[in-house]
Design a protein around this ligand. Sequence first.
Ligand code: SAM
Length: 389
Amino acid sequence: MSLSKSKPKSKASPSAAADLSESVPNPSVVKDASTQDVDLDVTHARHEGDITSDVLSFIHDAVLLQETVAAVLGVKSLPKQTGNDTQSNNDQNGLNISGIYVDATFGRGGHSRLLLSQLADDATLIVFDKDPTAISVAQELASKDSRVRVVHDSFATLTDSLAAMGITQVDGLMADLGISSPQIDDGSRGFSFMRDGAVDMRMDTSRGQSVAEWLEQVDDETLANVLYEFGEERHSRRIARAIKQMESYESTLELAEVIKEAHPNWQRGKHPATQSFQAMRIFINNELGDVDDFLAQSIPILKSGGQLAVISFHSLEDRRIKQFLQRHSKGQYPEDENLPMPPNRPRYFSKPKRVGPSKAETSQNPRARSAWLRMATRTDTAYEQTTQL
Ligand SMILES: C[S@@+](CC[C@H](N)C(=O)[O-])C[C@H]1O[C@@H](n2cnc3c(N)ncnc32)[C@H](O)[C@@H]1O
């Protein structure tokens, strides 16, 4: 146990944390699909008392699957699949589309596999992921399907990684942001406040600093700012102080317990560590910075008529994607930024569209409930190097 003597708190244990899951109702009942919230892990809490075979085998249910693949291909919908295997690589009924496509967040390849089923034999699909386990799965797929090329790096390296393959432009870009179910469900990765593990939270375990290493050296004020900025945690100062009083950071359940005890205002159905865990995860993986970099690079990388399709799971990301597409489809900064209106800018995208999950999807996969897919088509406006993104 690594709590300081000044905090004679109850010991964190799996059961102490799991107790909360009893008060966590089915999120699909509590919030409708349009709610943009920041508590992705609440669905995880629900799994504590309800371990399905999916959780045990670390499967990821792809969210907004048909909608995203149709969007990146620029079609209204995909043809009905024949047979039972809806994600086979070569669907006889597929659209047979040629071109170069990118799945920026391979995960377990749900979106990639469906996309491949619609692509022609001469098409190319480049897949990115930061996570070494996701990359192993991608490499296995690539060993069976010569259309697949794999990049173990952040999608923020999009331009350089594609240039290294001799590719300067692509027909479609898709990204399904955030973390995957296998990452949450594997306690050893440190993303979960419901399963014990090292306080790591890196998507790419092969490089960078873990949350534990960062917590050792960060000061109270910086920590509080991170909790506030990336978790929208209103009690960030009090929680930061409690975290900094811990003697060491070896267990996610201990960390969650300290946050829980420092949090003065528990909400029914939500673990009090939800927002703090989210904040530390977003910070340590530079998630928002990577999204900004990726979006900026999408303009020169997409061919005219190419499609951008991005799924986000919380308002911090969704707002960025929305504002980026607004700026570059209207050719102006949105008025709500309170800036003097600049002169018109080039319109790089068509009017963006937004799609959320159906009721059927959220009842089958509660993790889909806070997802938004935003999509737009690259116009034929020539990209200007001088454009301020
Ligand atoms: C929600 S999952 C994607 C699931 C995937 N669409 C599927 O169907 O299996 C998000 C994935 O993106 C990866 N990821 C998150 N940020 C990334 C980044 N900046 N660069 C590359 N991969 C990233 C995570 O490691 C995770 O595997």
